[in-house]
Design a protein around this ligand. Structure first.
Ligand code: AP5
Ligand code: ZN
Length: 217
């Protein structure tokens, strides 16, 4: 099964993708994580993306489409994947359908995580991740069981994203409204869109997602 998570910054795409990845044996593909890895490596792609990401802007379609195309051609993606953070523009959505069709594949379901804007900024400013294994936490809604210690790997080192500052989040939300939200009708038209209430506690969001997946066969 091939799944897309759509939703604004902080909606819970990464959190829910990781849960589905484990439960359903699918591969999570986060274009944001891939870009952050390129920035950390100082690669050409990373250097092109860095300033845009820090400013809260989307990176160019051509760059991200080439990166995604390479990734979904890898052997581990053949059993099914979860796209987290792609597509973000109508051009990306159309290109994705074209590249999958050329391989006899398609997107089975698009899960839209619906969250009111005023909740998003607080969620993002409370987010931190384990520096060792990448597990995501939240100061308010999802702290580690033992303060200062990662539940998953026991590490005591945590980090925050460079683009999680309030002023950058405002820009990211603008980009979402102007460029990403207009994709929703594209998937609605083709009957692939399932809306999920992303404002519930994370475990209840997962339950809604499982119901939506069952529903879409
Ligand atoms: P990306 O990394 O994709 O960031 P994003 O879309 O802004 O999404 P986030 O990762 O901020 O949020 P999320 O929805 O995953 O939420 P999470 O689960 O962490 O993109 C970063 C940048 O890369 C972009 O700005 C752009 O520059 C570039 N980029 C990436 N893809 C691109 C593309 N396709 N085209 C062009 N540019 C691209 O949850 C957030 C917090 O809330 C966490 O602390 C979590 O613990 C908590 N939380 C989660 N669920 C709940 C819940 N139900 N209740 C309470 N708290 C919750
Ligand atoms: Zn960890």
């Amino acid at each position: 099964m091939n799944i897309i998570f759509l939703g604004p910054p902080g909606a819970g795409k990464g959190t829910q993708s990781k849960i589905l990845e484990e439960r359903h044996g699918l591969v999570q593909i986060s274009t944001g994580d891939m870009l952050r890895a390129e920035v950390a490596r100082g690669s050409d792609v990373g250097n092109q993306a860095k300033a845009l990401m820090v400013a809260g802007k989307l990176v160019p379609d051509a760059l991200i489409i080439a990166m995604l195309k390479d990734r979904i051609a890898q052997p581990d993606c053949q059993k099914g994947f979860i796209l987290d953070g792609f597509p973000r523009t109508l051009a990306q959505a159309e290109e994705l359908d074209t590249m999958l069709a050329a391989d006899g594949k398609s997107i089975d379901v698009v899960l839209f995580l619906d969250v009111d804007e005023e909740i998003l900024a607080d969620r993002i400013s409370g987010r931190f991740t384990c520096a060792k294994c990448g597990q995501t936490y939240n100061e308010a809604s999802n702290p580690p069981a033992k303060e200062g210690e990662c539940d998953a790997c026991g590490s005591h080192e945590f980090k925050r994203r460079a683009d999680d500052k309030r002023e950058t989040v405002v820009e990211r939300l603008k980009e979402y409204r102007n460029l990403t939200a207009p994709i929703l009708p594209f998937y609605e038209k083709t009957g692939r869109l399932r809306k999920v209430n992303g404002m519930l506690p994370a475990a209840e969001v997962t339950a809604e997602i499982e119901a939506a997946l069952e529903d879409s066969g």
